[in-house]
Write a protein that binds this ligand. Structure first.
Ligand code: 5CA
Length: 453
């Protein structure tokens, strides 16, 4: 993409309404625009990152054997009356009447609807296990929408629902989700720690939240510092292997890590004092096992192996897709702006032309751009007629992990500069070497991609 043809409305001044750094940087980098409290337009740069995150979520869900579909945002109130949650959900639910005076609602979550789909089409235990998920906009009329996309009213969530014959199978589905979430967050450059949590309005007492440690997090968390040494890495896992998935759950949840809702001082006191930590965290996902809470009232049953109908065991599993942009920025920025992890960056590399209009510099930049595209990379080429300082400031603000600076002086000896956004380190090399270097750096990111929906 050429910057002169893109739409990147960066702001020079700090917006007053932003209280936390991720919100400020998303507005300044022209990623989002607030339309009303807690409701945002996703401008091109923000939309690109949102799509990257969605893509990783899709890939890891599909890798785990979960099946994508798409349910609508508007739901019939009748379904929620069946589960008993229509009244329970309270003011957070946006209720709407259509022209026939029928009650609708903008879905805050989809347990009822997915259970309705299931009961309409699945009849036998032989069709289990089944996990269906979608990535869809939700609406929760939060009393205090704040911090930009972190606590929105309209927000994008991946929500998945497992249907199993037995509790044991449903707990395996829970474990599968835990593993797939660990992989997803790591691919986004984040460490998200599973912590024992509370079921809230979804229900169930078997639940973990995934938290990214950050001072601006809304949750208070308590943990054993050893947990921050764990990484999933690139180990291979067989998602059908119950024991293997259970072992990952045990590895990642055996040390003390709880949110304030479930924190227990007496148990925490058993953690050696030098490892006890109290901090703040951003909740980027939550998994639940709730048994037959929805399948019983909604009649989601299957014929079991002995011929009798039994309600299925269910769980639901959410990732805060739009919130993740804020969480990633909270964990990856400096005074100059955002520093995207390579897995989610909107463009892989920025090309800065130091002498726009100079024929040989322009053609070197174009040649570099074309070579990168041929190698599967997505560059953003700053071809505007601007001072070098302004171009560098824009690149730093929008946070591409790598920058190539091209000027007549370097080109005289066939050199360009490759700069790392995080470390600031700059190395000189030929344009051809820069392409090879970047193709190498991004090879794992590009290879991780799976075909999706
Ligand atoms: N049905 C279950 C799981 S599918 C569910 O709704 N879980 S949840 O309530 O925990 O939401 C899942 C994730 O959505 C949360 O972990 C959080 O990351 C994100 N989320 C929840 N509320 C908001 C909000 N107001 N703004 C942005 N993200 C949110």
């Amino acid at each position: 993409m050429r910057l002169s043809r893109y739409f990147l409305p960066v702001l020079k001044e700090d917006p007053k309404e932003a209280q936390i750094v991720s919100h400020r940087l998303m507005l300044r980098a022209g990623m989002i625009k607030q339309q009303s409290a807690g409701i945002y337009s996703w401008l091109p740069l923000g939309f690109k990152v949102l799509r990257r995150i969605e893509q990783i979520v899709h890939e890891e869900q599909i890798r785990a054997g979960h099946i994508p579909l798409l349910m609508p945002t508007l739901q019939s109130a009748d379904l929620w009356r069946e589960s008993g949650r229509y009244d329970d959900y309270g003011e957070e639910m946006l209720r709407i009447k259509d022209r026939h005076k029928r009650d609708l609602l903008y879905g805050p979550t989809n347990e009822e609807m997915i259970t309705d789909i299931f009961r309409s089409h699945v009849n036998s235990y032989k069709d289990l296990p089944l996990t269906l998920y979608h990535i869809q906009w939700k609406f929760r009329d939060e009393i205090r929408p704040r911090f930009g996309v972190m606590r929105g009213r309209e927000f994008l969530m991946k929500d998945g629902y497992n249907f199993d014959l037995t509790k044991e199978d449903a707990l395996h589905a829970y474990n599968r989700h835990l593993v797939s979430y660990l992989r997803s967050y790591e691919r986004m450059g984040l460490q998200a720690i599973p912590m024992r949590a509370d079921g809230g309005p979804i229900g169930g007492d078997y639940t973990h939240e995934f938290l990214v440690l950050a001072e601006t997090g809304e949750s208070e968390v308590f943990y054993d510092s050893q947990i921050t040494d764990l990484t999933f890495g690139d180990r291979q896992i067989d998602y059908d292997d119950h024991a293997e998935c259970q072992a990952v759950l045990e590895e990642f949840t055996s040390r003390y890590a709880r949110t304030d809702e479930t924190h227990d001082e007496a148990i925490f006191a058993d953690v050696p004092e030098d490892r006890r930590r109290t901090a703040r965290g951003i909740e980027v996902g939550q998994i639940f096992y709730f048994g037959t809470k929805y399948s019983e009232p909604l009649g989601a049953t299957v014929v079991g192996p002995d011929g009798a109908r039994v309600p299925v065991h269910m769980g639901s599993h959410g990732i805060g897709v739009s919130r993740l942009l804020g969480a990633i920025i909270e964990a990856n920025h400096d005074d100059k702006g955002i520093i995207w992890p390579e897995g989610v960056t909107p463009f892989h590399v920025g090309i800065v032309n130091l002498k726009q209009g100079d024929a040989s510099t322009d053609s070197a930049c174009t040649a570099l751009y074309d070579e990168m595209v041929k190698n599967g990379l997505q560059p953003l080429y700053d071809d505007r007629d601007e001072r070098a300082g302004a171009k560098f400031a824009t690149m730093d603000l929008i946070g591409l992990p790598w920058r190539i600076t091209v000027g007549p002086r370097g080109l005289a000896s066939n050199k360009v500069e490759l700069t790392n956004r995080r470390s600031g380190e700059t190395v000189e090399m030929s344009p051809a070497e820069a392409v090879v270097r970047l193709a190498d750096i991004y090879a794992p990111v590009l290879a991780a991609a799976l075909p999706t929906v």
